[in-house]
Design a binder for this molecule. Structure first.
Ligand SMILES: [Zn+2]
Length: 313
């Protein structure tokens, strides 16, 4: 009897130990499964795509951002990819593409105005903020004395080629107009360029003169004494000088230099560095004809873009 009584606590202790080890075992199992479920639920694909979902291909991750439940990814992705990826996806894709997007955002935006339009607008507007002097809103420009091509048409042809080349060189481009039949005053054009977020404004024009022997390329910028935009003088001069030099290097045209002008509404309403590019004289037989050839146009375009590159270098 005594021994049995003695053994009761021992048995109790043993059974308690057994019971404890059993429950702690099941607890560990439980907590393991809990950790697993927490991991899959908490780690969202947007935060940890590569570690949480190692099987999913990298391209897919950009789409996961919009997919809250990971299990739905395979069905959502195939339909989403073809429609959204071709040009610029609004959702930043991984590594390579993200780097490309960063590069673009680091680059500069250039506003391009193809001077004039099909019909001029003779209504008046002040030539600058607070100015009492007024000028017609926009003229129809000059015209090739030999080719008969109107300036507004040539300007747009060149502007569109400059756009293409600048984009090719990694710039962003804002076009003031992409057709001839518009009604935009010079003040409005400057304000559009200001509001576009562009860093620079180039205005593409061609010259005319009573004297048909006059030829060559020039660029126009506001002087240091300009009553409206003197603060833009330095940057605009640097830009204008770089462009006219680079153009003449490409085309071999006479370099008439960067010329200060304070009476241009399209300059005086600007708040970013601006240059008016007078590509050549449409009143000069040789330049008029040259400016209608694709080969010479390409030289002009390369020259303008070289000048913009030079401005930043
Ligand atoms: Zn013009």
């Amino acid at each position: 009897m005594k021994t049995i009584i003695h053994r009761i606590p021992v048995m109790l202790t043993l059974s308690l130990i057994l019971l404890f080890s059993l429950t702690s075992c099941s607890k560990e199992e439980n907590s393991d499964t809990m950790i697993e479920t927490i991991t899959t639920k908490v780690v969202s694909p947007t935060e940890q795509p590569s570690t949480a979902l190692p099987i999913v291909a990298p391209v897919v991750h950009s789409k996961i951002t919009s997919t809250p439940i990971p299990t739905k990814i395979p069905t959502v992705v195939p339909t989403a990819v073809p429609t959204e990826t071709p040009t610029k996806s609004p959702i930043a894709p991984p590594k390579a593409d993200t780097a490309a997007q960063d590069d673009v955002s680091e680059n500069h935006m250039i506003a391009i105005d193809a001077g004039h339009q099909t019909k001029g607008n003779n209504e008046k507007e002040p030539i600058g903020p607070g100015a009492t002097t007024t000028k017609p809103k926009v003229s129809s420009g000059t015209k090739g004395t030999t080719t008969g091509v109107p300036e507004y048409k040539l300007n747009l042809v060149i502007a569109l080629k400059v756009k293409k080349e600048l984009i090719h060189r990694g710039y962003e481009v804002y076009m003031l107009r992409e057709k001839n039949d518009v009604n935009l005053s010079n003040r409005e054009r400057a304000e559009m360029a200001n509001e576009s977020g562009a860093d620079l404004f180039i205005r593409i024009h061609a010259d005319g003169s009573e004297n048909s022997s006059v030829n060559g390329t020039s660029t126009l910028y506001p002087s240091k004494n300009n009553p409206y935009v003197s603060e833009l003088s330095h940057g605009s001069y640097t830009l204008s000088k770089a462009i006219v030099d680079a153009m003449c290097e490409r085309t071999g045209a006479k370099n008439r230099g960067a010329i200060a002008r304070d009476d241009m509404s399209g300059i005086n309403w600007c708040n970013i560095p601006v240059s008016i590019i007078e590509m050549g004289y449409m009143s000069n037989k040789k330049e008029d004809k040259l400016m209608q050839t694709a080969e010479y146009q390409d030289k002009i375009v390369q020259g303008i873009c070289d000048g913009i590159d030079d401005y930043y270098n």
